[in-house]
Design a protein around this ligand. Structure first.
Ligand SMILES: O=C(O)CCC(=O)C(=O)O
Length: 269
């Protein structure tokens, strides 16, 4: 007799159908008010301290910092972040949306868009930056906002169905190419971007191939986001450098598994 209890999620069949068709979906109220308050404290602490194990990608004054104040693998520095980066509700939601047999953690990151001299996050896909084969296999991110977001402080926009355009080139965030130039034969012309404002505690999920963009922040407060990248179980390493896999001894073709990449949700047999 099975004693396991399925983790409850806010995901409905409508969310699943929308995600599968469009490559992104908005989910209202992913965090409870108590979780939102706690995560704000943990994320503030994690972003403000310099840890040995988590990596800040640029410092104040740097060009990338104007696009994103980003810190990767917060869970390795702040134990409280582990509660959220490995939250069963988030991983189970990813499982339900993707239809994968299992969902592994790849990495978390704090993505703050700072006020003053802020730059938009250019249109891009995520998959070209990840050291994985199986581009079509459906790696994805949850993007949870701790602040209400709209076009004034860095809400996201997505191109519906662009996850079907294939894996294109990595975009240079500081000197961005126009990703739409890489799409064959005007496929994108039929698809207009959708802007997604969100209330604090809500989230979007997006496929790693989906074109997305975030507006600059013209307010006087940081836009605070926790994003977590999930991968379907079985995704393999492609041998390229990446800050979360470097030094761990992976060889090309090997599935990305092990203690840094736990299986967080799996479908019931
Ligand atoms: O938060 C942002 O500005 C961009 C987020 C993003 O590109 C992502 O989560 O993949």
């Amino acid at each position: 007799m099975s004693t396991s209890m399925k983790t409850q999620t806010p995901i409905t069949q409508e969310h699943i159908d929308f995600y599968q068709e469009n490559g992104f979906v908005k989910v209202v109220g992913m965090l409870t008010p108590g979780e939102l308050a706690e995560l704000r404290v943990y994320l503030e602490e994690a972003m403000q301290s310099e840890g040995e194990n988590s990596k800040t990608t640029d410092q104040i004054g740097g060009s990338y910092y104007r696009v994103l104040n980003q810190k990767v693998n917060l869970w390795r520095y702040h134990a409280g972040m582990g509660k959220y980066s490995f939250h069963p509700r988030f991983a189970q939601s990813a499982l339900e949306l993707t239809g994968a047999s299992g969902i592994r953690f790849f990495h978390d990151h704090g993505l703050w868009k700072m006020p003053e001299d802020s730059k938009a996050t250019p249109w891009h896909q995520d998959t070209p930056y990840w050291p994985v084969n199986d581009a079509q296999a459906g790696m994805m991110s949850i993007w949870i906002t701790l602040d209400d977001v709209d076009v004034n402080n860095g809400c996201m926009a997505f191109v519906p169905k662009s996850h079907n355009f294939g894996k294109l080139t990595g975009i240079d965030f500081l000197n961005p190419q126009n990703i739409f130039d890489y799409v064959e034969g005007g496929k994108e012309e039929k698809q207009k971007p959708v802007i997604v404002p969100l209330k604090a505690g809500s989230c979007t999920f997006h496929n790693g191939l989906t074109f997305h963009y975030a507006h600059s922040n013209v307010t006087d407060k940081p836009r605070r986001v926790l994003a977590i990248i999930f991968m379907p179980d079985g995704i393999t390493y492609n041998g390229k450098e990446h800050m979360v896999t470097d030094g761990l001894g992976f060889v090309a073709g090997q599935p990305i598994t092990g203690p840094r990449f736990p299986l967080l949700a799996k479908s019931e047999e």
